[in-house]
Design a protein around this ligand. Structure first.
Ligand code: BGC
Length: 757
């Protein structure tokens, strides 16, 4: 009783504190707004970039004079306390009302110390680690003058042709929500008024990951149930975690581009979800609505404002047309005021009105970036993100004292270690696999290196991929010459380690691919290596699930290392030599071929369910390939093995207000200590709407010594059984359920229970 009272007291004290803070902020912002002209208010809605690594064809002009004239609210694309101070000084000293700017940037998977790409990080299934990665990124970003990051990207995606799968957390909603929460917490801490924390920006709201045919910026269309059930929850999780800003997406939602979609931006985001921060568009997303077919710049800008957009990224539609629209009665002062207020509130919360230079700390700039501790964290996070896809005859871990033929275009390649969206990462600071193997193995291994092939031999393709720098370098040696060198190296070795995959920007924005296998040049190399008869270990660097059917049949081991960042080489070597026993699990299914896409584990059963490879006609299947992915969601091997007991449930029935426990005993039945992610899935067998064959509802990561066993309990509540019905209400319906527990979404054991009234 005493405990409950004192908790209640704390809550009410905290509430009073928040109310007082809010009242102070409101008073400050409204007194400032009383002094502002409409032009100055519109100026606050303008986000500019003077250039740098940008993703659109337009960059802002006359930035300095616009800041002076009060026509800029925020700026992105520059870093460094010196540069940022100079720009801030123009706003604070030379604009009429001295309103400071917010400085933003794409800080996506680390800032200067680069961590694995987000898809890789998600494969760790380790939320503490993911939160820590965002916390370190925030610390480096703020030391570099920034206060706002365009992350987390939480777009659910079921199509690996879409290059931006590398920036997200895969196909699963439950996991996506956990990651969204962890990232926001890591970036913002308990309050982004702390000058080592940043304001996060969840993106791309909404459904950007569902682009048809996996082609970036393409049309998206789906039912409300699918939106609510699978695609929207991660954005909501970020909102619930207190994210300060939201970025609108390029695509349409239900026929109306997200950036002019009032239902999305106002009814759902603000009214239903209670979002209090501001919404920024994606890069020139307002202007792009002209091409979407919504009208001229004046019209689309007015539609965006009316829908609930507060800030216009780079396109200057707001800056150049809103006054005219106001005069013509197409928008109201109240709408402009509402947007301006939200932007000023963000500045207030960031503490910029107290000290506009609080992120310009030279000492932190010199001491908090790319520190040994941050690099050590990058190495650890990278190792934890890697997924062992195959390991025949325990070819891995590599044994000491052997000769290794290290081949492949990514084996000694600094340029591609960091992965896409690492705009502030310096590739020169990254560790290649060759360097990493030498660092870790020292004199314990004899390494013979040969490049073996180009990432691709196709010059036209290379030109497109190389938009941000020479990621695909075409060697002056002929392809055959390079292969021959690799074969010579292989013939002298005990084992081949082939580092293959994609160039960093073969994934990321505007990097859709219709063929997601290895490039021909790399396949040709593998083919020749196979003929040597030596064991082949493929280390794959990639930003998407790839089609690896041949590789799965012919290689002895495959380690998916993703693009794992600044410390990639060291971390890969740690895993190859067994200093870290791989524990990553896939968060996106790997298809057997492109024709199977979209492919995801939580699909529906259909009225003619697939019944295995041998099934004939008139089932929902293909004639030429199985329905199953090559590597399912949740899959990942270890150097040890884990065996699962049968699943038990504490009660065969569950009722509203009750909980049951599903349990399993996991044994480390191999020779190494290891970490296993024990996964819980549920299936609702009967409902008023069709339900997926399986849905992730929980997981636990346990570390077991060789030979050790542990009982793992999962609590299931009625809330875990809820879904959106046709009225878009979240309900749990009585009936039969199955609970599955296992090492991945395919290899599970099951038990039954009932939800009773
Ligand atoms: C991308 C966003 C990014 C923005 C700013 C856009 O093209 O879609 O993810 O944050 O550019 O760089």
């Amino acid at each position: 009783m005493i405990g409950a009272c004192s908790i209640a007291l704390h809550i009410s004290q905290a509430q009073t504190k928040t109310n007082t803070q809010d009242a102070k902020m409101n008073a400050f912002v409204s007194s400032l707004m009383q002094k502002m002209t409409v032009e100055e208010k519109i100026g606050q809605l303008n986000l500019v970039t003077p250039g740098g690594t940008v993703t659109g064809s337009v960059v802002s002009k006359d930035v300095d004079s616009k800041i002076r004239n009060g026509q800029v609210g925020s700026l992105f694309g520059i870093t460094g306390p010196d540069k940022i101070r100079k720009a801030q000084e123009i706003a604070v000293n030379n604009s009429r009302l001295h309103i400071p700017l917010i400085f933003g940037l794409d800080v996506i998977h680390g800032h200067r110390t680069i961590f694995p790409i987000p898809l890789g990080l998600s494969c760790s299934w380790n939320m503490d680690m993911i939160e820590k990665s965002a916390e370190i990124a925030a610390s480096e970003a703020t030391a570099d003058g920034l206060s706002w990051v365009y992350s987390p990207m939480v777009d659910i995606a079921r199509d690996p042709r879409w290059g931006r799968v590398s920036e997200g957390s895969g196909e699963d909603t439950y996991l996506g929500c956990q990651v969204a929460k962890a990232m926001v917490k890591g970036y913002q801490g308990s309050s982004y008024s702390d000058p080592t924390k940043v304001m996060a920006c969840v993106k791309h709201f909404a459904l950007y990951g569902a682009a048809e045919a996996g082609r970036d910026y393409n049309t998206t269309d789906m039912s409300r149930i699918k939106m609510y059930e699978y695609y929207l929850p991660p954005y909501k999780a970020a909102v619930d975690a207190g994210v300060g800003s939201v970025m609108s997406s390029f695509n349409e939602v239900d026929g109306v581009p997200a950036t002019a979609n009032k239902w999305l931006m106002t009814d759902l985001l603000r009214k239903q979800w209670g979002f209090k921060g501001f919404v920024v568009t994606d890069y020139t997303a307002i202007n792009e609505m002209i091409d979407h077919g919504l009208g001229d710049l004046q019209r689309v800008s007015a539609e965006a404002l009316k829908a609930g957009i507060d800030m216009d990224m780079v396109g200057e539609g707001f800056l150049t047309t809103l006054q005219k629209s106001l005069k013509e009665g197409k928008v109201t002062v109240a709408q402009i005021n509402a947007a301006c207020k939200r932007v000023l509130e963000a500045k207030y919360k960031l503490g910029l009105f107290d000290d506009p230079y609080r992120y310009c700390n030279e000492q932190r700039f010199n001491n908090a970036i790319l520190t040994d501790a941050n690099r050590a964290a990058a190495r650890e996070f990278a190792a934890k993100s890697m997924v062992l896809l195959k390991n025949n005859n325990n070819v891995l871990p590599l044994q000491k004292g052997k000769t290794i033929a290290l081949v492949g275009p990514l084996a000694d390649n600094k340029r591609n270690m960091l992965g896409t969206w690492s705009v502030s990462g310096d590739p020169e600071k990254s560790i290649t696999v060759l360097q990493g193997l030498k660092n870790v193995a020292g004199s314990d291994a004899n390494i013979i290196y040969a490049r073996g092939c180009n990432i691709s031999d196709d010059t036209a393709f290379a030109k497109k991929v190389n938009a941000f720098g020479k990621e695909i370098e075409i060697d002056t040696r002929s392809p055959q010459q390079m292969i021959d060198e690799a074969v010579v190296a292989a013939s002298k070795a005990d084992v081949i380690v082939a580092v293959l995959g994609e160039a960093a920007d073969m994934t990321g924005e505007s990097s859709s691919m219709s063929d997601i296998g290895l490039q021909k040049s790399q396949k040709a190399l593998l083919d020749e290596l196979k003929r040597t008869g030596k064991p082949i270990v493929i280390v794959l660097l990639n930003g998407r699930p790839m089609t690896l059917t041949w590789e799965d049949q012919n290689a002895d081991a495959i380690l998916d290392a993703w693009f794992s960042g600044t410390e990639a080489g060291n971390a890969i070597a740690d895993v190859l030599f067994g200093n870290y026993n791989p524990s990553g699990k896939l968060t996106m299914s790997f298809p057997r071929n492109v024709g199977q896409i979209p492919i995801y584990y939580n699909h529906k059963n259909t009225g003619r369910p697939y019944s295995g490879v041998g099934a004939g006609k008139f089932r929902s299947n293909y004639l030429d390939v199985s329905n199953d992915p090559l590597y399912p969601f949740g899959f990942g091997l270890s150097y040890t093995s884990f065996t699962y007991s049968n699943v038990t449930v504490s009660s065969p029935t569950i009722k509203q207000g009750q909980k049951i426990t599903a349990s399993v005993t996991v044994t480390n039945s191999g020779k190494f200590d290891g970490t296993e992610t024990v996964q819980l899935y549920i299936r609702d067998l009967v409902g008023t709407v069709t339900r997926p064959v399986k849905e992730l509802k929980g997981y636990q990561q346990i570390t077991l010594k060789a030979g050790e066993s542990r009982k793992v309990d999962f609590t299931i509540s009625v809330d875990d059984l809820k879904f959106y019905n046709t009225d878009l209400k979240r309900v749990a319906e009585p009936g039969d359920f199955k609970v599955f527990i296992g090492t991945n979404s395919r290899d599970v054991k099951e038990a039954d229970f009932k939800l009773v009234q």
